[in-house]
Design a protein around this ligand. Structure first.
Ligand code: AHR
Length: 496
């Protein structure tokens, strides 16, 4: 079949904020311990962080990193993770039923991010703690010196403040699984008071209030409305979390998952704006899509992975991703860009081992999952501003979402070049003609695609490079770009 696309440089969604390419590190399974940090590994640096993993994180192009959770944060005492390592307590983590040794805490993690060049986005515990503990953490992290907690930080060996701007006011407080979960009304009040106090301490903070843990939550929409009625004046972002998976071999519905993400975003924007309208304010609340990914959650829930023992850094949520997973993943990232006027920050959940683009083996290798590729290429090529192309294509029908466009596209345009990102969610190849004349580019600088005859092909420890990027035959003739998109594929083309 065929499709035609027109890219109009005037159809601007928004200038790119690099925070859209964020990720997430939680003290969960082997994300931190035996993931980014493994002091006994031959590749460990002087701080115990694996250099091979650090190199892959840099290549991935993850910007802001959300930390330390996730569900974990709702039982976390930040004080446990600072100061001399030998006196840090071992605690039970009720969220994941594991032991937390606290050998990594704020200072070690923030130092590692400095080396990578990523910004830290820090979550405070509003599940089992409150305003005072949030203020203490803020003072410890950001106050320059001359107060009890800033001086304590200096005494711990970190005289310079971390200057953390983005803070999450708890995590998934709408979820019954959350330690200390609350009604929207209770959480909205607590979040508003915490936010007000944090901004009294430092007014340039950017605060993220918890939205819904998914569009299928029974409280979805009503949660955002109630929480924002309380917190609107004090917060800057509302969070969205969404995970997708293929259910019962229904690949067509899975490939159309971006439709749910679109519905999610548009509903939250409408709800937030309705609250703003009632308050007669011009202030707009932005969206922080600070957990998104493919996650085979149903299978994990059915397994006995979380057992009755208290292991340290067990193998939990270690999904191995296929080509189909990476194609859907690529389309989700395109959807975030398409809504970048309101989704100003996002975090791929998570970074290493736990539902992650990067896998490691203790004492052994580190390698890229299939999902690594759409993320790293998009993060590297997207620059300037996001453009929304006009797409004319056939449709595919899925049980869950009805009709979806067979082909979707999003483009970016900056001083150094333009880029087009494409997904073909149909089971047949599509010949695509793209009118790029408005961009005034002379040549194709790079064209890659992710697809395979076997949509379920994966990279595993024994076959780490089974799936990778393939060259895409993209021809630019005058102002027209021609490509053939293979069935179930994700592609990117850079123009210069
Ligand atoms: O990312 C894994 C978990 O998913 C996080 O801890 C939680 O916030 C969400 O439910």
């Amino acid at each position: 079949s065929t499709a035609s696309i027109r890219i109009d440089p005037e159809a601007v969604v928004a200038p790119i904020d690099r925070r859209i390419f964020g990720s997430f590190v939680e003290h969960l399974g082997r994300c931190v311990y035996d993931g980014i940090y493994e002091p006994g590994h031959p590749q460990a640096d002087e701080n115990g962080f694996r250099k091979d993993v650090t190199a892959l994180v840099k290549e991935l192009g993850a910007t802001t990193i959300r930390y330390p959770g996730g569900n974990f944060v709702s039982g976390y005492r930040w004080e446990d993770g600072v100061g001399p390592r030998e006196s840090r307590p071992v605690r039970r983590d009720l969220a994941w039923h594991a032991l937390e040794t606290n050998q990594i805490g704020l200072n070690e993690f923030a130092s590692w991010l400095q080396e990578i060049g990523s910004e830290l986005m820090l979550a405070v515990n509003l599940g089992t703690r409150g305003i005072l503990e949030a203020l203490d953490l803020l003072e410890y992290a950001n106050h320059p010196s001359g107060t009890a907690l800033s001086d304590l930080r200096a005494a711990h060996g970190y005289p310079e403040p971390w200057d953390i701007r983005m803070w999450c006011l708890g995590n998934e407080m709408d979820g019954p699984w959350q330690t200390g979960y609350m009604t929207a009304d209770d959480y909205g009040k607590l979040a508003a008071r915490t936010a007000q106090a944090m901004k009294a301490a430092q007014k340039d903070l950017e605060l993220v209030v918890c939205g819904s843990s998914g569009s299928s939550m029974p409280t979805f929409g009503e949660w955002e409305r109630t929480v924002l009625e309380h917190a609107y004046d004090y917060v800057d972002f509302v969070s969205c979390h969404a995970y997708y998976q293929e259910f019962d071999g229904d690949l067509d519905s899975f490939l159309a998952s971006a439709l749910d993400m679109r519905y999610f975003i548009e509903t939250v924007v409408t709800t937030a704006d309705a609250v703003g309208h009632r308050r007669k304010t011009d202030k707009k609340i932005m969206l922080s899509f600070d957990e998104w990914n493919i996650w085979y959650l149903k299978e994990h829930q059915e397994s006995d992975e979380v057992n009755e023992t208290w292991p340290i850094a067990p193998r939990q949520l270690e999904d191995v991703y296929s080509v189909a997973d990476a194609v859907v993943f690529g389309s989700l990232l395109m959807t975030l860009l398409e809504h970048h006027d309101r989704v100003r920050s996002a975090s791929l959940a998570q970074l290493v081992n736990v539902i992650a683009p990067i896998m490691t083996e203790p004492g052994g290798d580190a390698w890229r999952q299939t999902t690594f590729f759409p993320f790293s290429v998009t993060s590297r090529l997207a620059q300037g501003r996001v453009l929304k192309p006009r797409v004319e294509a056939g449709t595919v029908t899925s049980k869950k979402y009805g009709e979806a466009s067979a082909v979707d596209a999003v483009a970016t345009d900056g001083d150094e070049g333009s880029a087009v990102f494409l997904v073909n969610r149909s089971r047949e190849a599509v010949d695509v003609t793209i009118d790029v004349s408005g961009l005034g580019r002379a040549a194709v600088a790079e064209a890659v695609t992710l697809w395979d005859d076997d949509v379920y092909a994966k990279n595993t420890i024994d076959d780490q490079e089974r799936v990778g990027l393939k060259p895409l035959d993209a021809r630019l003739d005058g102002g027209t770009l021609r490509v053939r998109l293979e069935p179930v594929s994700w592609s990117a083309i850079a123009l210069r």
